[in-house]
Design a binder for this molecule. Structure first.
Ligand code: SAH
Length: 568
């Protein structure tokens, strides 16, 4: 699509520590930018990668603006196989490691030259701009800034080559950004740049740019919304491209049809307190706009582009995420994306720190590990204001962690605003799975997961379950095996298991798995002592079929076969 400005945060890709200083200078210009460093060579950056090629191609396909601190040739060769693919072309720039050169390579229509100039400015060098229109006029006419949209790219290209060939131009309508451009302006020119929101075909002699200055307010429960909005705009003689956002009453927040409509119209959806009429709602949300009632919806036309973020508010979002055991590469991509979009991050301080680094605009709410229900309610209060809130758990949020607390808080609440929040639970690699993977496959057959903490359940029920699970010959995974406040429980638990299981049964102890200083050991059930275990340890007790064998580096593989002997 023409005139598309990439709204994704740029990624600065570096190969070695020598580029770090330049990367940080560029980051000052783009505080949202993430630095990707080659694993093992660069430390203290947002993201470490293993393969330069796969990483660069992945980012390109995601549409992320790429600032690569390396030779232009490397970037060209890496991305070459993708250039034939259809789809948006994000800005791609090569910047010399020492910051002495800025070369825009791709993304002429998504603002690469603008970025090249911005980066050139912070680095104190001139960007290597090679686009003729850009050089002549100092701006890319085909890539108007946010709030404006080019009507027709092909026609626009013809128009720019006419100007380059010497035609002069006059400007109709308000186009403040063109004031800085060096255009061959002439009030009597045949060619014109027309900026406005009317729906009309562009003539051969004009460059038509639509202002995104129109909002449409819709009602909950209205049938066939996209067609209704489209028809209303057409009847009012307004171009579809001028639609900046859709507005609905708060009560429509959880209504899928309204969200689908906004998605299919390609505009953000905002909400306002309903109360009175649609006209009143639209008028309050967009002061000073001209209001048109048409086909059951209300069209509000503002005098200049609308920033949707300034209209009403968004539907709040609350995501309960699992970080996995610790290491960033074991965090699922959906969780990373959720952390990047978060306004607020809540959780136990250790986990919040593990989820970082965060940007200065993200608000961290660190609380004590035990204040779970209070934290869940706080999260809903923030999300109900329209914020994007993340509640952090380690491992998986549904395994002895925050997801159940959040759902319980919601279930108990009669606040309609809480129930309208977009609630998402995003999974993570749980400690038992991460530990099992390091040890081999101890959970290869039926297993039982238990928390040995009697903070939230009576000890008698734990004893009963241990007894039955051990009897049933299930592999046992113990979370919260021991703590300073619960010193004796693990010893008791092991006693119960020993009643049913051989002393030679393998036991895996994983401590701080996926975190710095992780340790993994394999002992027998007879050797197991509570002193070997602390609150950061995962305990996996094998079944009668769990087996151990050595591998060459002295470590042992532990696995539980998938089959089970008959008449055992
Ligand atoms: N939601 C978490 C579990 C929270 S209960 C998950 O799914 O993993 C906390 C317990 O999990 C700890 O007492 C410890 O037994 C275990 N645990 C969590 N992270 C661990 C890690 N990195 N290594 C070993 N055990 C861990």
């Amino acid at each position: 699509m023409a005139g598309m400005n990439s709204d994704k945060a740029p990624v600065i890709v570096i190969l070695g520590p020598g580029s770090l200083a330049t990367a940080q200078r560029i980051q000052q210009r783009y505080p949202q930018a993430r630095v990707y460093g080659l694993s093992g060579r660069v430390e203290g950056v947002e993201h470490c990668y293993e393969s330069f090629g796969d990483t660069l191609r992945g980012l390109y396909r995601e549409g992320a603006p790429i600032i690569a601190l390396c030779a232009a040739g490397i970037v060209i060769r890496t991305l070459a196989p993708l250039l034939d693919e259809k789809g948006a072309e994000p800005p791609v720039l090569a910047v010399a490691e020492d910051g002495s050169a800025v070369v825009p390579l791709l993304g002429g229509l998504s603002g690469v030259n603008v970025m090249a100039r911005e980066i050139g400015e912070v680095l104190g060098v001139a960007a290597a701009i090679t686009t003729s229109g850009e050089l002549r006029f100092g701006t890319c006419l085909l890539n108007p800034p946010a709030g404006y949209a080019l009507a027709d790219l092909e026609q626009g290209k013809r128009f720019v080559s006419d100007l380059l060939a010497g035609e002069s131009v006059r400007i109709e309508g308000a186009a403040p950004w063109l004031a800085q451009a060096q255009l061959p302006e002439d009030a009597a020119a045949r060619r014109s740049i027309h900026v406005g929101c009317q729906a009309r075909p562009a003539s051969r002699d004009e460059l038509l740019i639509h202002v995104r200055s129109v909002l449409v307010a819709v009602q909950a429960g209205q049938a066939d919304l996209p067609a209704r909005v489209h028809d209303a705009l057409a009847a009012a003689n307004i171009a579809d491209a001028s639609l900046a956002c859709l507005l609905a009453g708060d009560e429509a927040m959880a209504e899928p049809a309204v969200h689908d409509a906004a998605r299919s119209l390609g505009v953000p959806l905002r909400f306002a307190p309903a109360g009175g009429s649609l006209v009143e709602m639209a008028g309050q949300a967009l002061e000073g706009a001209q209001l048109i009632e048409q086909g059951g919806v209300v069209i509000a036309v503002a005098p200049s582009p609308i920033d949707p973020l300034q209209v009403g508010r968004a539907r709040g979002r609350l995501a309960v995420i699992g970080l996995g055991p610790g290491a960033a590469e074991f965090m699922v991509p959906a969780v990373k994306a959720e952390l990047a979009r978060a306004d607020d991050v809540l959780g136990y301080e250790t986990y919040v720190r593990m989820a970082g680094p965060f940007r200065a605009d993200q608000v961290l709410h660190c609380t004590d590990n035990r204040e779970e229900m209070q934290r869940a309610r706080h999260a809903f209060e923030l999300a109900a204001q329209g914020r994007s809130v993340v509640v952090v758990s380690s491992g998986d949020p549904g395994v002895f962690a925050m997801a159940a607390a959040v759902l319980e808080a919601l279930h108990e609440s009669s606040d309609a605003a809480w129930h309208r929040v977009d609630l998402q639970i995003l999974p993570g690699v749980s400690a038992s799975l991460a530990t099992a993977a390091q040890a081999g496959a101890p959970l290869g057959h039926d297993f039982c997961v238990m928390s040995l903490s009697d903070n939230l359940k009576p000890w008698s029920i734990i004893e009963k379950r241990l007894d039955l699970a051990a009897q049933a010959d299930l592999v046992l995974a113990f979370y919260n095996p021991i703590s300073r406040a619960r010193p004796w429980q693990l010893g008791q638990a092991v006693e119960i298991v020993r009643r049913h299981r051989d002393g030679q049964t393998p036991v895996v102890l994983g401590r701080d798995i996926g975190r710095p200083g992780q340790t993994l050991s394999v002992v027998t059930l007879a050797e197991l002592l509570p002193e070997m275990v602390d609150m950061r340890t995962m305990v996996l007790v094998g079944s009668s079929t769990t087996t151990v064998f050595k591998h060459p580096d002295g470590m042992q593989w532990v696995y539980t076969p998938r089959w089970y002997p008959p008449h055992h």
